[in-house]
Design a protein. Structure first.
Length: 233
């Protein structure tokens, strides 16, 4: 059951709206290499070997997948991934940023722990659902995200779930960024999907509604709210 957040966010819809700009989708980067159908089939085949259809398939959401899963699921539960943490470590020059004003997206990076939401997919049309998901999350060569099966802990018991972790050899990996740079980019970036502030707002809001308080993200949303206010009084 979801919990109504008792804490009041500093980053509000009104502040998020100040960051919105109408941005035309530039389309795929012509200088980048993109996965083709054979690449996606190979990824799906690899996953099927590791997790056959006879086993349930869980998907671990830690960012936008929590509030926009785009899959058919029959169960969800709060779960903990040890050895991984949320990190704004992925440069975005499309979707929620531009080449002139790059945004940042979250990924799972090594170290620490991360509490998120595990979704159990329906058993029917599993490959089709995963195909849609992979085309959303994994697009470039070398890939920004790497599909990986993680061991999770939950109140109901342990489980294995598919997660998208950062590929440190990928083209979009930013490496560690200091907090000030993260705040500045989240407060100023926007793409045709929306702004970095919108992404942060929805992630924190939906985590809180599920009773998940991420202290680092909570601090970030406060700092981003302060920066937006300073830039757009």
């Amino acid at each position: 059951m979801r919990n109504v957040a008792a804490r009041q966010m500093s980053l509000t819809p009104e502040l998020v709206a100040r960051c919105w700009r109408e941005i035309r989708d530039p389309g795929p980067d012509p200088d980048a290499m993109h996965l083709d159908e054979a690449d996606y089939d190979a990824l799906l085949d690899e996953l099927q070997v590791e997790l056959p259809d006879s086993e349930p398939l869980w998907l671990f959401g830690y960012g936008s997948l929590i509030w926009k899963p785009e899959i058919d699921y029959v169960e969800d539960r709060v779960a903990l991934a040890r050895g991984w943490h949320r990190s704004f470590c992925m440069n975005m020059t499309r979707w929620r940023g531009t080449k002139d004003s790059p945004g940042l997206m979250m990924a799972l990076d090594r170290g620490g722990q991360c509490k998120g939401v595990a979704f159990r997919l329906t058993d029917s049309n599993r490959r089709e659902q995963l195909g849609r998901l992979f085309r959303r999350e994994v697009t470039l060569k070398p890939t920004s995200y790497r599909p990986r099966m993680l061991k999770l802990a939950s109140e109901v018991g342990p489980l294995r779930a598919l997660a998208f972790v950062i590929n440190r050899n990928g083209l979009t990996y930013s490496g560690p960024l200091d907090e000030g740079k993260v705040v500045e980019r989240l407060a100023t970036s926007c793409g045709h999907w929306g702004s970095g502030a919108d992404y942060l707002y929805n992630t924190v809001k939906n985590l809180e509604e599920r009773g998940i308080h991420d202290r680092h993200l909570w601090r970030l949303q406060r700092l981003v709210a302060e920066r937006i206010t300073a830039l757009n009084p």
